[in-house]
Design a protein around this ligand. Structure first.
Ligand code: NAI
Ligand code: OAA
Length: 339
């Protein structure tokens, strides 16, 4: 019996993500939660689909969050405001930090053992917020908390394949490490498979395109939001992969499949192999390829040998990422110290 809760289910990401979850034969119960009444219509609409997942939806009234979360094995969080042109992800902190704090408090109370997938931006800060809340409640397990950076990996495959005039982007795997905003996003082309045939100048341009891929969508949408459909795909891909998707991931790993590796932004200490990465980068939160298992993050993979260019990217990423992490941690610790 697998229960998945989507928090922010009536939104631009939440709706297509819920649709993808409703299609999954591995999900038995799908609980939708949002603060807007439009959720009810979304839920009735989805409930007409003849698939296995039993659907229920909850607004904050009548203990809605508690009902959505109780018994959940996976909680996916796309709740919060998206960017408009000219904004950075950090500009979303003011509103989204409080939203994520409230939802994380619910998770700590009602389903502390769930796997938590944080989509809400700024991911570099919202994941530390969730971790601090879980710590506060004495239920933090770093192996069960993931910042979803899958979209960066997907973009790296897509954009790289375009430059190689390849018709099947899934053939390119480019590890992307670091965080999920601008300069903190570090594609590792030296470790691409198959090896990329690009000049250094082309790799530099491609790196910038991946780092600012989100801005491309924000600008194209002209004020109506940021990536929703590609993000729903990315979020779903992280949780579940059916026969129509290439890679397997968390749901399969939890069911005992071995050797499943997906990158995500994690709290490195507490994940085997994570301490080594943390020492190397000097930050405790970082996105790295993670081997997934029944308990979640089974092993954090080392960064491998980096080119001089990639080492330079890491140097540039470090101060911003450190600041983003500290901002999330302090957001919770300042509140606790006022109590
Ligand atoms: N990690 C990633 O790669 C990506 C992250 N995002 C982020 O995902 C978030 C959501 O984006 P969209 O779906 O486009 O926004 P949206 O505005 O379309 O949807 C957000 C939903 O969250 C709901 N919500 C607000 N407060 C809530 C609360 N306290 N509890 C439950 N639900 C609440 C809203 O009612 C709305 O339905 C944004 O922060 C965005 O920046 C977007 C794309 C990629
Ligand atoms: O750019 C944004 O604000 C949304 C996002 O995180 C992405 O598309 O990678």
């Amino acid at each position: 019996m697998v229960k998945v809760a989507v928090l922010g289910a009536a939104g631009g990401i939440g709706q297509p993500l819920s649709l993808l979850c409703k299609m999954s034969p591995l999900i038995d119960e799908l609980a939708l939660y949002d603060v807007v009444p439009a959720l009810t219509g979304v839920a009735v609409d989805l409930s007409h689909i003849a698939t296995k997942a039993q659907l229920n939806s909850h607004l904050p009234t009548d203990d809605g969050l508690k009902k959505a979360l109780t018994g959940s094995d996976f909680v996916i969080i796309p709740a919060g405001v998206p960017r408009k042109p000219g904004m950075t992800r950090d500009d979303l902190f003011k509103i989204n930090a409080g939203i994520v704090e409230t939802l994380a408090t619910g998770i700590a109370q009602f389903c502390p053992k769930a796997f938590i997938l944080v989509i809400s931006n700024p991911v570099n800060s919202t994941v530390p917020i969730v971790a601090e809340i879980m710590k506060k409640h004495g239920v933090f397990d770093p192996r069960r908390l993931f910042g979803v950076t899958t979209l960066d990996v997907i973009r790296a495959s897509t954009f790289t394949s375009q430059l190689h005039e390849c018709t099947n982007p899934t053939q390119y795997t480019v590890p992307v490490v670091g965080g999920h905003s601008g300069l903190t996003i570090i594609p590792l082309f030296s470790q691409a498979e198959p090896a990329v045939k690009l000049s250094h100048e082309a790799i530099k341009k491609l790196t910038i395109r991946i780092q600012f891929g989100g801005d491309e969508v924000v600008e194209a949408k002209g004020g109506s939001g940021s990536a929703t459909l590609s993000m729903a795909y990315a979020g779903f891909k992280y949780v579940y992969s059916g026969s129509f998707l290439r890679q397997a991931n968390l749901l399969h790993a939890v069911h005992g499949e071995k050797g499943i590796i997906e990158s995500s932004y994690v709290h490195l200490s507490g994940i085997p192999g994570g301490e080594n990465v943390s020492k190397l980068v000097g930050i405790d939160y970082f996105s790295v390829p993670i081997e997934l298992g029944p308990d979640g993050a089974h092993k954090a993979h080392p960064l491998g040998e980096l080119s001089d260019y990639e080492l330079n990217l890491l140097e540039k990423a470090r101060p911003e990422l450190k600041g983003n992490v500290a901002k999330g941690v302090e957001f919770i610790s300042q509140k606790s110290s006022k109590l």
